[in-house]
Design a protein around this ligand. Structure first.
Ligand code: HH2
Length: 276
């Protein structure tokens, strides 16, 4: 399977690591650490040295209860990092839902639009459809980050997430976006309780049946904290284990904060699977 993006056709035969560059003052695990433009640029370089296959730059924290920046604020946060990231020779993704940010990022040559709102904001889908080849990640969430953790009643979370992603996939395809440009994401921690996130991992095969590669983001999420009793900054081992479990069940892209450790773990996972 391949993921077609603006400048790169990504071969997903090997699982890929998407390194997180949060240029936000308030992200749940690293808010404020890379918000300043110079630090964000250095963070991009550091994640590449650690072995990231994709850089994902985000200017809006989507932690429960986060305040949303307006378009100008989000642009001011992400553009300096994106301008630098697109010079580094790897695929660059922007984590945004705003059509203004999507258009500005695509004008800069950004390769992937990663949208936690699955291109449902007015004009977001049209902004992506104007590009002939940008990759897209469509993620499941209910409502908005500010209130999503009050909306966690599901009869069957896996069936509901699958139906949502299937619907968004169809909508995106009917806007003229080719299927090989699209990957899907169950949205770990977005309007979900730990039991829902674990079900989405255990039954990941049902999401793979939608026919597109899966991207998953377990890194430092609170479900791992609930299991281990550890704060966000101390969830490295749990995050790596969750990434491996997701890859073992067929995920092709893992979105992580701790790139070096994840890359090492995936090398071991891969070596263990080679024919002897
Ligand atoms: N999770 C976060 C943000 N963007 N995008 C995708 N596709 N999948 C995810 O699971 C996902 C995402 C939340 O993590 P983080 O960026 O570290 O935190 P914050 O939103 O507080 O900046």
């Amino acid at each position: 399977m391949y993921w077609q993006t603006t400048r790169f056709r990504l071969d997903l035969a090997r699982p890929l690591v998407m390194g997180i560059v949060n240029v936000t003052p308030d992200s749940f695990s690293d808010g404020g650490r890379f918000a300043e433009a110079d630090l964000a640029r250095r963070r991009c370089e550091q994640l590449l040295e650690e072995g990231a296959d994709i850089l994902d730059v985000g200017g809006e924290s989507t932690r429960p209860g986060a305040r949303q920046p307006d378009a100008d604020e989000e642009l001011a946060r992400v553009l300096p990092a994106l301008r630098h990231a697109v010079t580094l020779g790897v695929p660059v993704s922007v984590d945004t839902s705003r059509p203004e940010v999507i258009s500005a990022a695509l004008d800069l040559g950004v390769d992937i639009i990663n949208d936690v709102r699955a291109l449902q904001r007015p004009h977001a889908l049209a902004a992506v459809a104007r590009s002939s080849s940008a990759g897209v990640c469509l993620m499941h969430m209910r409502g908005e980050p500010g209130t999503m953790q009050q909306d966690t009643d599901y009869d069957d979370v896996v069936a509901e997430v699958a139906a949502f992603l299937d619907g968004r996939l169809r909508e995106v395809l009917s806007a003229g976006i080719a299927p090989d440009r699209v990957v899907l994401d169950p949205g770990i921690g977005f309007a979900k309780l730990p039991e829902h996130n674990w079900a989405l991992l255990r039954r990941q095969a049902e999401l793979l049946a939608l026919g597109r590669p899966l991207l998953v983001g377990w890194s430092r999420k609170s479900t791992l904290g609930a299991l281990t009793g550890r704060p966000a900054g101390d969830r490295l081992a749990a995050s790596v284990a969750a990434a491996l479990a997701a890859v073992e069940r067929g995920a092709r892209i893992v979105r992580v904060h701790d790139v070096a450790a994840t890359v090492d773990a995936l090398k071991v996972w891969h070596a263990a699977r080679l024919p002897s």
